[in-house]
Design a protein around this ligand. Structure first.
Ligand code: PEP
Ligand code: MG
Length: 587
């Protein structure tokens, strides 16, 4: 790296994914597109109008193509949303006014369109009317596409990152983080977000250091600045001095050594010192991650977040494409694979171009997961059929996300039965006894978990959502991230309630939220009675090491302490002390 200029400066955020990286910043601009601005001569005006007309035609073609795809997969009602976009393209006010502006100012058409379009957007935005605000959002979408066609700039910069950079952004959508070419990226820093935002979960599964919740960091640094990020402590150092680099260089090689030693134990059985087995499974977002889970000693896949199959693709995956993906994972794994049905919504929205999810003011409380799927039967059925067909290739199980109560669970199972009947009539093979389970991630399902036991065979606790709903802490909001407290007494009690309901109802139970991969939390979870945990594969070695260096009786003592303690921070203190004592050998 070239010599470093400027004074060293430290910034603090939330440690979201472990690791240390030192590189130049790639600042993801707030404005996705750069709008060129230049003067044109009167001779060039005709050419500008021609360029504009061509871009309008190209944009129309693109939107019409998306509309057709949506119609085929979701039906005419959903496809109609794109009619509003097509109407924007025919809006003479926007087109004529842009041309008029270009003629008046003598500036290029992009500048004229940008100025006129934004004037309308600002006017719509100011009016307190849902319908007009929707029009502003339509206009914004169409302008973005038009300007990309006019300027030839790609809309997704993240797929073409320069080599060896640290990505700094206000925020990153899960679909963006999934599309990043990992080979070009050394780390991620975002102003927004928390430990459980999906973009971070993806970073963790890619083994990339990440620091989030950095406030206005992206506004305080520049493209190409040099930073060091510490994903263990949650700090970012701008212009690190030679001393700092030396210190972190040492730390990095120590951590690497420890990680190597932990990986050496990855294939050993996962059990406590006194022989109590704890099943450790992997969470995956895309099929190819299954191989890494195998290498890191996972006892199966405890959560396959299938929504990532629906992101960054030109059209929604067909039943056949899904079948191949599920079969591939089952074959690579050769062990249990729990496939979670589509959990779209929340922060996992597809761009409007892919799927017309309605914009909502509280998306995490809204039209999400099974709520969405049960109203989009063709889409849901295609997925269930694909899973059923793949079920003859391994121990595949189905898990429904965001179950709030028994009615929803039954509706999902009824649809599954209908898919089974269809396949039977078609003479297609599937596992008739496929096991189904419910995610417990809404407090109503947790409190009334006993009402669900007759309609499913396992529970998997989604603590990421369960904690956000229980403590009322938006998992994406960095301002309240400090309140997101997995050791809050209410969380401990809720986990205890779920365990009791599962044991009484004789259903299996595991955890697949991020706490399951937090080695500090693991002894407590085992002590509470969880014998199965599922996490990003990269976290498996550390968790396994902790399991192998503790006794069940110690875990039970910790659980007892947590159940009787009133103060969540005291619980955490005790857990940290226990964890440090177990790790001491390695350091
Ligand atoms: C959870 O909510 O804990 C979970 C595992 O699901 P996701 O993070 O995908 O919402
Ligand atoms: Mg969830």
């Amino acid at each position: 790296m070239e010599s470093i200029q400027g004074e060293e400066k430290r910034f603090h955020g939330i440690a979201a994914s472990p690791g240390i990286a030192h590189a130049r910043v790639f600042l993801l601009a707030q404005k996705e597109l750069t709008i060129p601005k230049y003067k044109i001569s009167s001779d060039q005006k005709k050419g500008e109008i021609k360029r504009f007309e061509e871009a309008l035609l190209e944009t129309r073609k693109q939107i019409q193509g998306i509309r057709d795809e949506i119609k085929e997969s979701l039906g005419e009602d959903e496809a109609r949303i794109f009619d509003a976009h097509l109407l924007v393209l025919e809006d003479r006010a926007l087109i004529d006014e842009s041309i008029h502006e270009m003629e008046k100012t003598g500036e290029n058409i992009e500048t004229a369109l940008w100025d006129v379009g934004n004037k309308y957007i600002a006017a719509f935005d100011q009016i307190d009317d849902e319908y007009l605000r929707e029009r502003a959002s339509d206009l914004r979408d169409v302008m973005r596409r038009l300007l990309s066609n006019l300027t030839g700039q790609k809309l997704h910069q993240l797929e073409t990152l320069p080599d060896g950079v640290i990505l700094v952004a206000r925020d990153i959508a899960p679909s963006d983080s999934a599309s990043i070419d990992k080979s070009n990226l050394k780390g991620i820093v975002t102003d927004a977000g928390s430990k459980t935002s999906h973009a971070v979960i993806v970073a963790r599964s890619m083994n990339l250091p990440a620091v989030v919740g950095m406030g206005d960091f992206s506004e305080r640094i520049n493209h190409n600045d040099v930073v060091l990020i510490d994903g263990y402590e949650g700090s970012v150092i701008l212009n690190p001095s030679e001393d700092t680099l030396f210190k972190y260089g040492k730390l990095k090689s120590e951590r690497r050594d420890i990680e190597k030693r932990m990986i050496e134990h990855a294939k050993e059985a996962s059990a406590t010192l006194d022989g109590h087995p704890v099943k450790l499974m992997g969470n995956i977002e895309v099929p190819h991650e299954a191989q890494k889970a195998v290498e890191l000693g996972a006892d199966g896949i405890g959560l396959f977040r299938t929504e990532y199959l629906f992101m960054n693709v030109n059209s929604l995956p067909t039943e056949e494409q899904q079948f191949k993906a599920y079969k591939q994972v089952a074959e690579v794994m050769g062990d249990t694979v729990i496939i979670r049905t589509l959990d779209l919504g929340g922060d996992k929205v597809l761009s409007a171009a892919d799927m017309p999810l309605i914009k909502e003011s509280n998306p995490f409380l809204g039209y999400r997961a099974v709520r969405f799927c049960l109203e989009h039967e063709p889409l849901f059925r295609a997925q269930l059929r694909a899973i059923l067909r793949a079920s003859v290739h391994g121990d595949i199980r189905i898990m429904y996300p965001m179950i709030s109560g028994v009615t929803e669970l039954r509706r999902c199972n009824d649809l599954l039965d209908r898919c089974k009947e269809e396949l039977q009539e078609e003479g297609v093979a599937f596992n008739e006894d496929i096991i189904t389970g419910a995610m417990i991630e809404i407090p109503s399902a947790a409190i009334a978990a006993d009402t669900l036991v007759k309609d499913c065979s396992f529970f998997s606790v989604g603590t990421n959502d369960l904690i956000q709903y229980l403590i009322a802490v938006d998992r994406l909001n960095d301002r309240v991230a400090h309140l997101y407290e997995p050791t809050h007494p209410a969380v401990i009690r809720m986990l205890d309630t779920i365990i009791r309901a599962a044991k009484n109802g004789k259903v299996d139970v595991s955890i697949c939220g991020e706490v399951a991969g937090d080695p500090v939390m693991v002894p407590l979870l085992i002590g509470l009675g969880f014998n199965s945990l599922s996490m990003s594969s990269t976290l498996l070695p550390n968790v396994k090491y902790v399991v192998q260096n503790m006794e069940l009786a110690e875990a039970r003592d910790l659980a007892q302490m947590a159940i009787s303690e009133k103060d969540g921070s005291k619980i955490l203190e005790n857990l940290l002390e226990f964890y440090t004592s177990r790790m001491a050998k390695l350091y």
